[in-house]
Design a protein around this ligand. Structure first.
Ligand code: FAD
Ligand code: SF4
Ligand code: SF4
Length: 493
């Protein structure tokens, strides 16, 4: 029986693919995990207990059929495993690399509750699709029949691209607009190569392009082309623009010299990784080499910044977070990776002010109030955790008189992102937004308040995850097809 190959968790321990040593990986921007050897993937997949009610699956936003592709992998039927896996996920090799599995599928794997480590679901998902690419099992996109209707997608991140893939497979004419010069959104310019190497994203871009998706890059909608022009050109429009307004520090001189925004920093580093020339990197502004770096924030973006600074050759890298380790939003796995690479976490700490290298009247460094002055330190305020707020999280409270100066030549603000004001930026009436500024869209159909206009991903959810953007994009593609089918029927009657 097929399941005889399974249930090996009792005797077989959990093993991730080999992680490169911290010293080795700190020198480059390559991914930190090596690929599973074939035998190891088979072995690790066989640990699954084939649960009748698989909690891993119900906690995967795509409801991936995890037990089935684990069983097929354990049986060496990799091509079938790939076919099952790609049926529910447009970019399985990307999710396998960067989903926070400890909070999603693996975090709910039942064998962990019986004291055995979780099945390494993400690593096996990555392995299956990486193998499919190597073996040539991934077919080009060839629609069975072409359809006349066209869809304009604004934003080439995972949400927009997942929708583009699905709509094109149905035969629709798809054009994707993006203000960047490359497609991929945060997959290409946000997330660093040590989590997701750039060629993994580029080969998906190429697949879409070869499959007939048209890309209009360097096109900032609202500036280079109006939203109304796009609406007039296409039968349906999908907004997938993500969230890019950086939250700032509520302190004087939040923009002093040496204080930079996380996404400017990460984008420059990713561009260097892709071979671009970046003047602000070349002149040292966005290069951490030789500097004492302080990153402010405790989310995934902060983790990516600290680990990028290590790879750029920073003298020291510290992460300042106002809550403690247990209450940080970033993945614990990433904290561990960062610590291994030499990052120091300073918990329960927040920046109070910046201290400048300008000489004050006393001849000592002083609080700076000139945006041109370079910082030399951050005055750090110590915090403690108080009562839980309405969300249930304990609020940080200031401890009086516990301030100290932490030397730093570079401070990176990684405090999160908010949506840009699309209705105002695009001069579009009737596009409803929530009180947080995200676009209002039905959670199932993704239809906005404008007929034929849909929205997905971070611009609807607020800063979220790649896997949720993919799910939204796939669902919106089906809704758009339904909308266009209904429109075509009305036109024919
Ligand atoms: P995006 O990926 O943001 O793509 C939006 C696209 O729209 C961009 O290409 C942008 O250029 C384009 N655009 C915006 N406005 C316009 C306009 N006016 N005209 C034309 N184009 C426009 N998630 C994970 O699951 N795992 C991780 O490890 C992870 N790490 C992250 C690290 C960082 C540094 C950041 C910032 C986020 C991370 N995330 C991670 C979150 C994840 O990247 C996002 O949730 C996801 O990319 C959202 O997808 P999206 O398609 O909605 O938007
Ligand atoms: Fe887990 Fe993400 Fe893959 Fe779902 S898509 S199985 S959550 S790694
Ligand atoms: Fe297998 Fe764990 Fe999912 Fe159960 S919860 S089916 S053991 S991966």
């Amino acid at each position: 029986m097929a399941t005889q190959k399974m249930l090996k968790f009792v005797n077989l321990g959990r093993e991730m693919p080999e992680k490169r040593s911290a010293d080795e990986r700190s020198e480059d921007f390559h991914e930190i995990y090596r690929e599973f050897a074939d035998a190891k993937a088979t072995e690790q997949a066989s640990r699954c207990s084939q649960c009748g009610v698989p909690y891993c699956q119900s906690h995967c936003p795509l409801h991936n059929n995890i037990p089935d592709w684990l069983r097929l992998t354990a049986e060496g039927r990799l091509k079938e495993a790939y076919l099952v896996s790609q049926f529910t996920n447009t970019f399985p090799e990307i999710c396998g690399r960067i989903c926070p599995q400890d909070r999603l599928c693996e975090g709910n794997c039942v064998i962990e509750q019986s004291g055995h480590g979780t099945v390494t679901i993400g690593a096996i998902e990555k392995y299956i699709t990486d193998t499919a690419w190597e073996e040539g099992w991934i077919e080009p996109i060839r629609p069975a029949e072409e359809r006349g209707e066209s869809i304009g997608i604004i934003g080439a991140g995972p949400g927009g691209l997942a929708a583009a893939d699905r709509l094109r497979r149905m035969g629709f004419q798809v054009t994707v607009y993006d203000r960047h010069d490359r497609s991929g959104g945060l997959l290409i310019y946000g997330i660093p190569g040590f989590k997701l190497e750039k060629n993994i994203v580029e080969r998906r871009n190429a697949q879409l392009e070869e499959g007939g998706v048209e890309f209009v890059l360097n096109c900032n909608v609202g500036e280079d082309l109006s939203f109304d022009a796009i609406r007039g050109k296409h039968d349906a429009v999908l907004i997938a623009t993500g969230v890019y307004k950086t939250r700032d520090l509520d302190i004087d001189n939040a923009n002093a010299q040496g204080v930079i925004r996380a996404l400017d920093y990460l984008t420059a580093s990713n561009r260097i990784d892709l071979g671009d020339e970046i003047p602000d990197y070349a002149d040292g502004e966005l290069d951490a080499k030789g500097k004492r770096v302080l990153v402010i924030g405790g989310g995934d973006t902060a983790m990516d910044c600290v680990r990028t600074a290590i790879r750029q050759g920073a003298k020291s890298v510290k992460c300042l977070y106002r809550r403690d380790r247990a209450n940080m939003p970033g993945s614990q796995r990433e904290v561990q990776n960062a610590e291994e690479e030499g990052v120091e976490f300073v918990w329960l700490s927040a920046p109070g002010s910046f201290v400048g290298a300008v000489e004050g009247e006393t001849g000592r460094d002083t609080d700076i109030n000139d945006e041109q002055a370079a910082i030399s330190a951050v005055r750090v305020q110590k915090m403690r955790l108080g009562k839980p707020d309405v969300s249930g999280r304990q609020s940080p409270e200031l401890i009086d008189g516990a301030d100290y100066d932490e030397p730093a030549e570079m401070v990176i603000k990684a405090l999160g992102f908010e949506p840009e004001e699309l209705p105002r930026l695009w001069g579009v009436e009737g596009l409803e937004v929530t009180r947080w500024g995200t676009v209002k869209a039905d959670f199932r159909s993704h239809q906005t308040s404008l007929a034929g206009v849909f929205a997905v991903g971070d611009i609807v959810r607020g800063a979220s995850l790649v896997v949720w953007a993919i799910r939204d994009g796939r669902e919106a593609a089906d809704s758009i097809a339904e909308f266009l089918g209904a429109s075509a029927q009305v036109a024919a009657e």
